[in-house]
Design a protein around this ligand. Structure first.
Ligand code: SAH
Length: 272
């Protein structure tokens, strides 16, 4: 990845596509690897609806920049193929981490079919930035050891048994993407499915951006809270008992607990 573009045995530049996670918004929350690639990019196709445009300040002045928010998949692929043939280093810049609601599978499949090599550079997903903004741990012993990343059904359908109501009984921490424009519907589904009205909830708007907001509420007050603060996009909703105070301390750091790297005071298996 260091140096210029790869060269073929005949000295021609060999193109390559990189899917890069831009992180949640703050320009310094892209990975070092992602930034290094942007600094050497010949072409960037960025998800303009969510990627902070300031991140584009990392790219060379001669870099060709496309905003995928106004493009179809087919148009994105045409640019990728054309640039690849020229031997360009193409960066497909996705918000957060590309693997979460990034629509990269269809791009990867098309690139594979066209014989265009690609690799992926992960990014800090917004759900991690939201936890950081709220100073929150999603997985607390005795409370929740699972995190469910999901969304409300919108124009994109959600398969059977994966609707919000299917997760209410689990008691896991819920992190709900792509749904801040549907808070009233979300609240109603949660309450109808038996979630306690006083279950704690949180709306995290634009985590890591200067305009970030962290709003604490309950399931009962979720929609009113969002409406009052005019939150309709770029927010995550976190729901679960990890937002309350109680939890058990971790075994990993308990003085009596032995593991691979540390011998507990009382030896193996005698944690109490
Ligand atoms: N791949 C991205 C998610 C893309 S889907 C990731 O890993 O974060 C777009 C949704 O992500 C938005 O509707 C919103 O729910 C959430 N989102 C993206 N950036 C956000 C941010 N900075 N703060 C809160 N939510 C964000």
């Amino acid at each position: 990845m260091k140096g210029g573009n790869k060269m073929s045995s005949t000295g021609d530049k060999i193109g390559q596509v990189y899917f890069v996670g831009a992180g949640p918004g703050a320009v310094d929350l892209i990975t070092v690897r992602g930034k290094n690639l942007l600094e050497k990019a010949d072409c960037v196709i960025y998800a303009g609806s969510l990627v902070n445009p300031e991140i584009l300040s990392y790219v060379p002045s001669v870099c060709r920049i496309y905003n995928s928010a106004i493009m179809t998949l087919e148009e994105v692929l045409v640019v990728m193929c054309r640039e690849y043939k020229k031997g360009s280093r193409v960066i497909r810049l996705h918000t957060g981490d590309p693997s979460v609601y990034g629509a990269i599978r269809e791009q990867m499949d098309a690139l594979r079919q066209a014989g265009i090599p690609f690799s992926i550079v992960p990014g800090v997903s917004s759900f991690c930035a939201a936890a950081a903004a709220a100073q929150l741990e999603y997985t607390l012993p005795g409370v929740s050891q699972s995190v469910i990343i999901t969304r409300m059904q919108g124009r994109t359908p959600v398969p059977d048994k994966q609707q919000i109501q299917d997760y209410v009984e689990h008691g896991a921490t819920l992190v709900i993407f792509l749904s801040s424009h549907m808070l009233r519907e979300l609240q109603s589904v949660l309450l109808k499915s038996g979630m306690a009205a006083d279950m704690p909830a949180m709306i995290v708007y634009k985590a890591s951006w200067p305009e970030e907001k962290v709003l604490s509420c309950t399931v009962q007050t979720l929609a009113d809270t969002g409406e009052k603060e005019e939150i309709h996009h770029t927010a995550l909703i976190v729901i679960g008992r990890v937002l309350l105070d109680g939890y058990e301390r971790s075994l990993l750091y308990h003085p009596n607990f032995s593991h691979h790297f540390r011998k507990g005071k009382k030896g193996e298996k005698d944690y109490d």
